[in-house]
Ligand binder design. Structure first.
Ligand SMILES: [Zn+2]
Length: 189
């Protein structure tokens, strides 16, 4: 009888553990979870994040669950948002713009300028390896597409009509960016 009881308890504990584990693994990540993940990144953390070695690879289904329909269209379907009425076109607070898909730091406010194009524009990424360039032959044009180097989501395009010191205009989509202001570390504590 004693042995049976011990076996029963062991089986119960094992089943409970397996159940917890599978529940944790299968829980769907929601848009709210994704926003929560992004808002927890502080300015200081992002400034010291210089590693691009870890790639972020997600299935199409997972991207759809994490992003809003507009974010998914821009980031994962190379979409372009409407000019002038997007979130960061006229936004000039001091801080960092991260990739909305994975939190990779992409642009610092110090490089943002008013290009009058209707989209947030920068003359350089925060680090050379923060973004990747790809040739884009859509819309009957040859353009240089900019994607995040970590999750390879579409962020925008780069053109050679920007201001000094680079002469480049990184023309980005607000929907592809998440801004954190310079004081976020202090606010969070
Ligand atoms: Zn990314």
């Amino acid at each position: 009888m004693k042995i049976n009881k011990a076996v029963q308890i062991t089986l119960f504990v094992l089943l409970f553990c397996v159940s917890c584990q599978s529940h944790g693994q299968n829980r769907d990540i929601t848009t709210e979870d994704h926003i929560h993940f992004l808002t927890r990144i502080t300015y200081q953390q992002a400034m010291s994040d210089t590693s691009n070695s870890e790639k972020v690879v997600r299935s199409d289904e997972e991207w759809k669950k994490r992003l809003s329909s507009e974010e998914y269209r821009v980031l994962r379907r190379e979409g372009t948002e409407i000019p002038f009425i997007n979130k960061y076109n006229s936004h000039y607070e001091e801080g960092l713009y991260l990739c909305k898909g994975c939190g990779n730091p992409l642009f610092h406010s110090e490089t943002k300028y008013n290009s009058r194009s209707g989209w947030p524009s920068y003359w350089a990424p925060i680090r050379e390896d923060a973004v990747l360039e790809r040739e884009d032959r859509s819309m009957f044009m040859v353009r240089t597409e900019i994607v995040c180097s970590r999750c390879e989501s579409h962020i925008g395009h780069v053109f050679d009509d920007g201001p000094e010191p680079t002469g480049l205009r990184y023309c980005m989509n607000s929907a592809a960016l998440h801004f954190i202001d310079k004081d976020s570390a202090e606010k969070d504590k």
